[in-house]
Write a new protein. Structure first.
Length: 347
């Protein structure tokens, strides 16, 4: 029987990946498939599966021979449903990976590579316990790669003992990440995954990727970014605002960027206002609406969405000034504040 090396890619497609992040992942995955299709060892043994997780976990490609694998379409969603991804991964491994018998060896032990840039927003711990009970013992290796500056590495180390950090999500660093992933799959396809203590790829990490060990200093220990859903007052187009925190921010989240939420990037039907269960955070700086380019925004006290200043840009906001939310059409009495409710379940 032909023995396969099953490789499962779990890709975070939460809305926090919007912009350069998801663009680089799409490009890297495409390049990875192109290179593996030219690798004789990978062609002989490696089979790939791709699972995405955002608002939900989705099987984009079942375990498929590399030459037959169609490049999956990655679309973003609200949330980071890591628990659902574990449950789906368990289901796929149990149904797709051929176990050894008295008469045959079965497939090689599966390899899993997980990419994430934030914190899970579902009950992932229980799902991971189920995964550990039925699946972890049959894996060769489980790589967890934390991308960006908003990673809780304590939680990542609870997932696997192979935790890697890619702090800068530039297009070039993401390209090198996928080059490394490609080389790791290629190395494993030669058969090194059968050596119990071998961890393919660890000895060829590029300088942009650092292996994390528990207790290691220099890694963030709290949520370092928040996302606010917005709507243009003029065009009523949806967008997303990113605020980030760093060591010098004094506890505040600073304005970083705003992004158009197009149907090509994200399932706009999933884009919801922030939850009623909010944590108060301090925000500093205004962002331009990506549609009409006016600076500043107003948070609706009714639907809790944010909308750009529109024709009010540049006007002094006074208490009880009136405004109408373009989303829920509620008439609002305005007041100024630098403390706002943030929904950390957005991912």
């Amino acid at each position: 029987m032909h023995r396969r090396l099953p490789v499962y890619l779990l890709i975070d497609c939460s809305e926090s990946m919007i912009g350069e992040g998801i663009t680089a992942v799409r490009s890297g995955l495409s390049q990875m498939l192109q290179v593996l299709r030219q690798d004789p060892h990978a062609l002989e043994t490696a089979w790939l599966s791709v699972i995405s997780f955002g608002a939900k976990a989705e099987l984009l490609a079942p375990l498929t021979e590399i030459t037959e694998l169609q490049e999956p379409i990655l679309r973003l969603g609200q949330g980071t449903a890591l628990g659902a991804a574990f449950d789906l991964l368990s289901k796929q491994i149990l149904s797709e990976v051929k176990r050894g018998t008295n008469n045959s060896k079965g497939d090689y032990r599966p390899m899993v590579i997980l990419l994430t840039d934030g914190q899970p927003t579902d009950d992932w711990e229980k799902a991971k316990q189920r995964f550990d009970k039925s699946i972890t013992k049959i894996l060769s290796n489980f790589y967890v790669v934390g991308c960006g500056q908003a990673i809780d590495y304590k939680f990542l180390s609870d997932i696997s003992d192979i935790v890697l950090s890619l702090p800068d999500m530039t297009p070039e660093s993401m390209r090198k990440l996928f080059v490394w992933m490609t080389q790791t799959v290629s190395t494993a396809s030669i058969g090194t995954n059968e050596v119990k203590d071998a961890i393919p790829g660890i000895d060829i990490l590029p300088k942009e990727i650092v292996r994390f060990t528990p207790g290691q200093k220099g890694f963030p220990k709290e949520v370092m970014q928040v996302f606010l859903p917005g709507i243009c007052s003029h065009e009523e187009g949806r967008y997303l605002m990113r605020y980030v925190k760093n060591e010098d921010s004094g506890g505040a989240y600073h304005a970083k960027a705003s992004y158009v939420l197009s149907s090509e990037e994200i399932d706009t039907g999933e884009v919801k206002p922030i939850s009623a269960e909010q944590e108060q955070v301090r925000l500093e700086g205004a962002l331009a609406c990506p549609y009409c380019r006016t600076y500043g925004w107003i948070q609706c006290g009714n639907c809790r969405i944010h909308y750009c200043m529109g024709t009010m840009e540049g006007k002094a906001i006074t208490n009880n000034m009136k405004s109408t939310c373009p989303n829920c059409k509620e008439s609002l009495s305005l007041s100024e504040s630098d403390s706002f409710g943030a929904d950390f379940s957005r991912g």
